[in-house]
Design a protein. Structure first.
Length: 333
């Protein structure tokens, strides 16, 4: 059963001290919920955004001090921490991808469901205003029937400051870690996927054997096709992302740096109609995800854009893409 504090504001604890832990801490702080605890490997000072949090190195003691757990550790440790939190009856958020394999991801979701403990995974594009607006436009029929989705996510290599990314056994590589976002979005917009074809390219000069770029093509049951590009080879800091969702009546487009307001162009008309009034900053999707999770603790029937099963499906798509790239053939997820 879920264990919750009687206080109106649950005590949030973050597992991890790296880049994503700091991002999640800033998101919690933005919505007025300062994390009270952080689980770390050593009792060094807490990182930025967690200065007010007590540092724990013992998992049992950490769980006793919190009401909500937020897992922000390397991917290969997600499952063990999530299952431990479920055992403790603690509502849990977990960074994406949920696990290295779909089988492990499904096991985690099954345990939380069986024990009646709330669980949410960080597929944050579903909380990003540009991506959510595009999905709404499709759902309302504003673009007609989706035909083609073109999705791009380009990043400088994370392996310099976070070397665990270079170990595919820990991170899953560029497909599992970076492209999981757009695979989840493609399925959210165009529906279930029948087959996946993928190719990897680029090789790290620092980490031989690590593929740093990939292209995947998803064929949806609806007949729509999604082309997804992901790369850790971008020569600039940060990242660039964007999409075109092309329908038989209109197209929705977005490019984070050059066209930050997603807009709709109707067939035969070059007028660009913005779908939102204000672009998100980097923290906004994370803050919305955290706020939604807290809201579901108060109202478990609250509808939302993401179910735990969606996170499992996203991992299954990345697995299919990796298998396709390795075997040189289309793969059914």
């Amino acid at each position: 059963m879920t264990r919750l504090s009687p206080l109106p504001e649950p005590r949030v604890g973050i597992i991890g001290t790296g880049h994503m832990a700091q991002t999640h801490a800033a998101a919690w702080n933005r919505i007025g919920v300062s994390p009270v605890a952080v689980l770390a490997r050593s009792e060094r000072p807490a990182p930025e955004g967690l200065e007010r949090a007590r540092v724990f190195t013992d998992t049992v003691a950490f769980f006793a001090a919190v009401d909500v757990v937020d897992i922000c550790t390397p991917t290969d440790s997600h499952v063990s921490y999530a299952l431990a939190a479920a055992d403790a009856g603690l509502p849990t958020m977990c960074e994406k991808p949920l696990a290295r394999t779909a089988e492990e991801a499904a096991d985690v979701v099954r345990v939380f469901a069986t024990r009646g403990v709330p669980f949410q995974v960080g597929q944050v594009l579903r909380f990003h205003s540009a991506y959510a607006a595009a999905r709404e436009a499709v759902a309302l029929g504003r673009i007609g029937e989706p035909i083609l989705l073109r999705l791009t996510r380009l990043s400088s290599s994370p392996t310099g400051t976070r070397p665990w990314f270079a170990d595919a056994a820990k991170s899953g590589g560029v497909i599992a870690d970076l492209m999981v976002h757009d695979m989840d979005f493609a399925r959210w917009v165009a529906g279930e996927v029948e087959s996946v074809s993928a190719t990897v390219s680029g090789r790290s000069s620092v980490h031989p054997g690590l593929a740093t770029s990939a292209v995947a093509v998803l064929t949806h049951r609806s007949g729509a096709v999604s082309r997804i590009e992901g790369s850790w080879d971008a020569p600039f800091p940060g990242f660039e992302s964007g999409f075109d969702v092309i329908g038989d009546a209109a197209t929705v487009s977005f490019e984070a740096s050059r066209r930050p307001l997603p807009g709709l162009c109707r067939a035969g008309n070059d007028r660009y109609e913005p779908l939102i009034e204000r672009a998100d900053d980097r923290l906004a999707p994370f803050a919305r995800a955290a706020a939604h999770f807290l809201a579901t603790l108060r109202d478990p029937e609250l509808p939302g854009p993401l179910l735990p099963a969606d996170a499992v499906a996203a991992v299954r798509l990345t697995e299919a893409a990796q298998r396709s790239a390795a075997e040189g053939r289309p793969v059914r997820p």
